[in-house]
Design a protein around this ligand. Sequence first.
Ligand code: PLP
Length: 408
Amino acid sequence: MLPVFVKDAGGGVIVDVDGNSLIDFGSGIAVVSVGNAAPRVSARVAEQAARFTHTCFMVTPYEGYVEVCEELSNRTPGTHEKRSALFNSGAEAVENAVKIARHATRRQAIVAFDHGYHGRTNLTMALTAKNMPYKDKMGPFAGEIYRMPMAYPLRWPGGREACRTDALAMVTSLIHTQVGEDNVAAVIIEPIQGEGGFVVPPDGFLRGLAEFCAEHGIVFIADEIQTGFCRTGDWFACEHEGIVPDMITTAKAIADGLPLAGVTGRAEIMDSVHVGGLGGTYGGNPVACAAALGTIETMAAEDLAARARRIGDVMLARLHKLADTYQVIADVRGRGAMLAIELTRPGTLDPDPATTSAVARACHQAGLVTLTCGTFGNVLRFLPPLVIEEDLLDEGLSILEDAFAACG
Ligand SMILES: Cc1ncc(COP(=O)(O)O)c(C=O)c1O
């Protein structure tokens, strides 16, 4: 937490009550991709709030909810018939995806991955890999969760090349020997891991996993809560390899900060649940739906997926240069406007969380909001709003370079 209290925010700048300006490379943790006060969002929210703020969709439905589901259906990968249900938070979406997959398959086991993050409710804590700070002494956790090794190129025991060839074989073999394919309801994975360190699996890993799931009647759930809605340069990160998940969870950037999340899946899977089996008082709140429609409209009108790719090009060039200068940077990775650098003791894979937080602190003091992440706390991640102006992006990168000059 930074020692500031926010007065205004927008366009990649946060202004605090003392008049300080900060450049935002965090977007409220990958949420305000269209900016903190996007005109289309603000207008739709104000208009909806003046008409009605709540009725409860399960009792007396309204159009905005259906429109968001139609957008989800049209924009998520795959042309098959889909259904969506809306909830309040990412964790709630993940919980519901698991409920639906179990109900549809009549199986119980859920496969998740090392370094994965799926939320902080009881079931999602069980799915989340990292103990401290997310889970420590907060158990007992939900059962029938099986964790598999993640295809993490930098840290794969046999090196990057081996990761490309071996990771999938290892995971499918472990599922076969330790769980049994017929017991697995779903495999859940972030196409690029978020909190776990922006881990990008080698091309082929996700595709192979999806094919394995299809072969064994396992629901393949892509958790796109952090990667979705243009962040990685496509509407959804699965599109990079042309993967069509059976189910996809969304939240964060979907509604520019208003609480909204979605589960979108194959109609036959979603429809398997009995009437009343899913729901909640606030899920798909009309004001949050209005925000989502304004957000999606902005992303489409301003082609923010292309903007994310451009941000990626600009940032990667400077991050690679930084890595050439400072040996503490062991890896530069990510896609589009979801980028990170991993810091280790030079020449080793020993994580260097101390330098990571020192650089983040130096950035904060110089007016740049950066976030750290990673299982070992040694990853600096960059998630600028997709609407950020290029000179602001450059200025933020210069602050980062100065921070490395001071600490790296
Ligand atoms: C991939 C992923 N899944 C789930 C969640 C949980 O979302 P929420 O914090 O809205 O519950 C997050 C949040 O960071 C996330 O990044």
